[in-house]
Design a protein around this ligand. Structure first.
Ligand code: C5P
Length: 224
């Protein structure tokens, strides 16, 4: 069967990466977590005190950043490297989550990330999740999904995930971060979060991971 591009968008913590990883495994496709790129750029900016209001500083910083995804045999996951350092776990921390949407709203940052994402899609057989994949990065993707889930469920899922690594985290903190990122992501000037006209909406509020996977596999098989 032919190789296609699958674009998965939606608000924060809607289960995009869960379904993307499962699909990639089932179809033997490459999974690309575009949000990890914005998070890694944000980590670099934080470490180097980049003033995001200063375009020259931002442009210069981007020139110093090299991102790549590498497969880890042990975890059997793709992990992101920032200048050869594995930052897959560091970028999930709250300090990054608190700044990432402001960084991702910058024109230079988006141009940098999108051009790399488009190159990764060149060979097809790619599943990418994010906010603007079906609208901007791959407007011609053969399959576009737009994930939604109730707010309370999203907060609960993300809280459980973060709590495992940091038992000091509070549910209020998680709820606030999700709300803030969704607001900035949906209201920014460049590539705001939107459902593409031809995207299929999937509400997984009441779906088990298995039910969701079956539903999405059926959709994928209908275009493969
Ligand atoms: O997907 P994740 O929640 O890790 O993404 C982190 C942030 O990166 C989002 O809140 C958003 O600000 C930004 N992002 C983006 N465009 C994408 C993916 C992520 O602006 N395609």
């Amino acid at each position: 069967s032919k190789k296609i591009i699958i674009a998965i968008d939606g608000m924060s913590s809607c289960g995009k990466s869960t379904i993307a990883k499962q699909l990639a495994q089932q179809l033997n496709y490459i999974y690309v977590d575009s949000g990890a790129m914005y998070r890694a750029i944000t980590l670099y900016f934080l470490r180097n005190n980049i003033d995001i209001a200063n375009t020259t500083q931002v442009k210069d910083a981007l020139q110093e950043i090299e991102l790549d995804f590498r497969f880890n045999e042990q975890s059997e996951q793709v992990e992101i490297f920032l200048n050869d350092e594995n930052v897959e776990y560091l970028i999930r921390e709250m300090i990054v989550a608190e700044k990432v949407s402001e960084v991702a709203a910058l024109a230079d940052v988006r141009a940098y990330a999108v051009s790399q994402q488009q190159k990764m899609g060149g060979k097809k057989g790619v599943i990418m999740d994010g906010r603007d994949i079906g609208t901007v990065v791959f407007p011609h993707a053969e399959l576009k999904l737009f994930m939604v889930a109730d707010n309370a469920i999203r907060v609960e899922r993300r809280f459980k995930e973060l709590y495992q690594k940091n038992p000091n985290i509070t549910i209020e903190e998680v709820a606030h971060n999700i709300e803030m990122r969704d607001y900035i992501d949906a209201n920014r000037e460049i590539s705001p979060l939107r459902k593409a006209k031809d995207a299929i909406e999937i509400d997984n509020t009441n779906l088990t991971p298995d039910e969701q996977l079956q539903k999405v596999l059926n959709l994928a098989n209908s275009v493969l």
